[in-house]
Design a protein around this ligand. Structure first.
Ligand code: BJW
Ligand code: ZN
Length: 243
């Protein structure tokens, strides 16, 4: 099937679908200039994940981990949503029921106008205290001091889900529910390696939803999808919308 034929097919499925779920990953923000995690130019090419994105790494050296986030916040702060983000926001307006689930922490779906993306892995602009219940939005770039501290004296941490940590319970519950009831599930720009996010399209497949992948590369999910489109999300997603 050529991409053109596939796109006509997916447009039809989108029109027929009663409930749509969309899972996005770092690839959707790549065209905005935000590096992905894995692969060429990936954020972790020079840093094994275990060195930075774990609670153990943070406990060992909070300043080092914060330096990495401070750099990433500076990168993200100057970036804008691309046509892929805008197309998904428009899809929400055109379709009666779309649930957007994202693994991204960059906030670009919000900036594009998506109403309330389910953020599985947290938000780079939120901080929380390692000791008390304090949580806040913090858009300071660069951050001072590093590491930042709570008024209770303890160190603040990024409100992000690191390896070995549980995902926010309500968010994950809503994402499972959306995957369970979707009749069309779009998987966009994710390597589909990180759990439990990668299980969401698998669940949709078990429930006999149509599953469509949009990715520059093949992933472990590709061969299970009804359609797996090779291409850039910023080019393909706008083509799925009605006029
Ligand atoms: C384009 C494109 C373009 C490029 N257009 N496409 C079951 C089995 C095995 C392991 C586990 C398991 N369950 C749990 C685990 C452990 C672990 C895990 O999954 N490990 C795997 C790596 C094996 N999972 C966890 O630890 C999770 N926690 C958990 O399960 O806890 C259980 C628990 C329960 C109760 C109590 C306690 C614990 C937490 C996972 C948290 C992941 N967090 C990260 C880092 C956040 C920090 C940060 O952002 O700084 O989130 S990992 C990192 O990967 C980040 C991303 O959100 C996530 C996914 O990456 P993504 O988005 O897929 O990006 P890439 O780079 O991998 O792929 C980009 C893709 O885009 C590529 O395919 C490109 O081709 C494509 N692309 N340009 C279209 N223009
Ligand atoms: Zn505190």
């Amino acid at each position: 099937m050529t991409n053109q034929v596939a796109i006509v097919q997916i447009r039809g499925w989108l029109q027929e679908a009663r409930r749509v779920a969309v899972l996005t990953g770092a690839g959707i923000s790549a065209e905005s200039g935000i590096p992905t995690f894995r692969g060429t130019g990936g954020l972790w090419r020079n840093f094994p994940a275990e060195q930075l994105a774990t609670p153990e790494a943070f406990a060992r050296d909070p300043a080092l981990v914060w330096e990495w986030y401070d750099w990433r916040r500076a990168v993200v702060a100057e970036k804008s949503p691309n046509p892929g983000h805008f197309a998904l926001a428009e899809m929400e307006r055109q379709h009666p029921s779309v649930t957007l689930i994202t693994q991204n922490v960059d906030g670009l779906h919000d900036l594009a106008g998506s109403a309330s993306p389910l953020k599985l892995h947290g938000d780079i602009w939120q901080v929380r205290c390692t000791q008390c219940d304090y949580r806040a939005t913090n858009r300071e770039v660069p951050l001072t001091p590093i590491p930042p501290r709570c008024s209770c004296g303890a160190v603040l941490r990024p409100d992000i889900v690191w390896f070995g940590e549980a995902l926010p319970e309500g968010v994950l519950r809503n994402a499972w529910a959306a995957a369970q009831i979707a009749d069309l599930f779009l998987v966009v720009g994710t390597s589909a390696l990180v759990q439990p996010a990668a299980s969401l399209p698998r669940l949709a497949l078990e429930r006999h939803a149509r599953v469509v992948e949009i990715n520059l590369e093949h992933t472990p999910l590709s061969r299970h999808c009804d359609i797996s489109l090779r291409g850039a999300s910023g080019e393909i997603l706008p083509l799925l919308l009605g006029d």
